[in-house]
Design a protein around this ligand. Structure first.
Ligand code: PMP
Length: 368
């Protein structure tokens, strides 16, 4: 489509053009119903089919065990920070948190409102640039926490787990907001996985939850849990206790259909390795002109943070300005860390990343 740019935003983020064009084709008259999906009752036969198909496709793509629940909730991942303790603590106030970045830190702080979070590690002192060895975490096995929470990919800091945390028998909870559907995962190792849609799977407005049935019966739900946050209420009502974010759910469904067509989550995994590998190799080959502060073993495939010439703000500004001239947008780092950041979600084509690579090389030649 004419005039489109490469958008490296951390989210909401670029989507595959094919998905947008399909949504456009169906926008004003969805499959002869005479109305837009936006205008459709969520209880209508047509809409129920859209919702069910999206769930089925996600189950197929991830190989989600049949007894797990899949939920589509409004409120973003931020509301999930509350929903987790509200539905999983039960009579046990304690929960462990693996704090490896700003988002897991926020999740831990939110838990404090309802229980007693224990940070089994906290890498703030390293400016969230590493993931300590699993064996060094101070997991509170004596206290038998209700769950252990981790953030699989820290969007701001660019830190990603390359392994599934081993926490023994304690229920494992994952925030996968920024690397959802970007590589195969073992769902059965988790009690709960949640992710906002606006990075790898569609527009903002929904967080998807994948829940072990043990936590869907309400037995660990706190009395103060708002009805909207109740996993049991969500699961029992197919995420339609109230009006869901129906249009977002539909677009997620289109993104999932597209995912199946291109080769499933394995395809996104290959693309992600290629795309991130390309940018990291330019950073590492730049003799320190570009620097990524994150430990090599936990560098994110999704969000690549980097500084230029030791954090030269004037030069970084020049980089961002010149990048725009070649259609490369939204490359500034998160406002809390500065520098630059390229987010390479599923919707960012390899071709866009190759353009960024070429630009980084020529900027290096001209400014080193
Ligand atoms: N967790 C992670 C890893 C995120 O990247 C974000 C958003 N950038 C959030 C949680 C919060 O998500 P939301 O804005 O959808 O509430």
């Amino acid at each position: 489509a004419e005039g489109r740019i490469y958008n490296f935003s951390a989210g909401p983020s670029q989507m595959p053009l094919e998905v947008l064009e399909e949504v456009q084709r169906e926008l004003v008259n969805y499959k002869g119903t005479g109305m837009s999906v936006m205008e459709m009752s969520h209880r209508s036969k047509e809409y129920m089919a859209i919702a069910a198909q999206a769930e089925k496709d996600l189950r197929d793509i991830y190989g989600i065990p049949g007894d797990y629940k899949v939920m589509f909730a409004q409120g973003g991942a931020t509301l999930q920070f509350s929903s987790v303790p509200l539905n999983m603590l039960g009579s046990n106030p304690k929960a462990d948190y693996i704090v490896t970045g700003q988002w897991s830190d926020k999740a831990s702080k939110e838990c404090k409102k309802y229980g007693v979070p224990n940070n089994v590690c906290d890498t703030k002192a390293t400016k969230y640039t590493t993931i300590p060895e699993n064996s060094t975490w101070k997991l509170d096995k004596e206290a038998a926490p209700a769950d252990v929470h981790y953030c699989d990919n820290e969007t701001v800091n660019g830190v990603e787990f390359g392994f599934c945390p081993d926490v023994g028998e304690v229920p494992l909870v994952a925030d996968m907001s920024s690397n959802f559907v970007s590589r195969p995962i073992d769902v059965s190792k988790h009690a709960y996985i949640y992710a906002g849609a606006q990075k790898n799977l569609g527009p903002a407005g929904i967080s998807i939850g994948i829940l072990h049935p043990k936590f869907a019966d309400g037995s660990k739900e706190l009395k103060i849990c708002p009805t909207y946050c109740s996993f049991k209420t969500m699961a029992d009502n197919g995420s339609m206790y109230n009006t869901p974010a129906s249009f977002t759910w539909y677009v997620i469904g289109e993104y999932l259909k597209y995912t199946k067509k291109v080769g499933g989550v394995q395809y996104w995994a290959e693309q992600s390795d290629k795309k991130s590998g390309l940018i990291y190799s330019i950073i590492d080959g730049s003799d320190g002109f570009y620097q990524c502060p994150v430990d090599k073993k936990c560098r994110s495939r999704m969000n690549v943070p980097f500084t230029i010439s030791g954090g030269d703000e004037a030069l970084e500004k020049k980089f961002l300005d010149e990048a725009k001239k070649v259609k490369l947008f939204t490359l500034a780092g998160h406002r809390s860390v500065g520098g630059c950041r390229a987010s390479l979600y599923n919707g960012m084509p390899l071709e866009g990343v190759e353009k960024l690579g070429e630009f980084m090389k020529s900027f290096l030649d001209e400014n080193r």
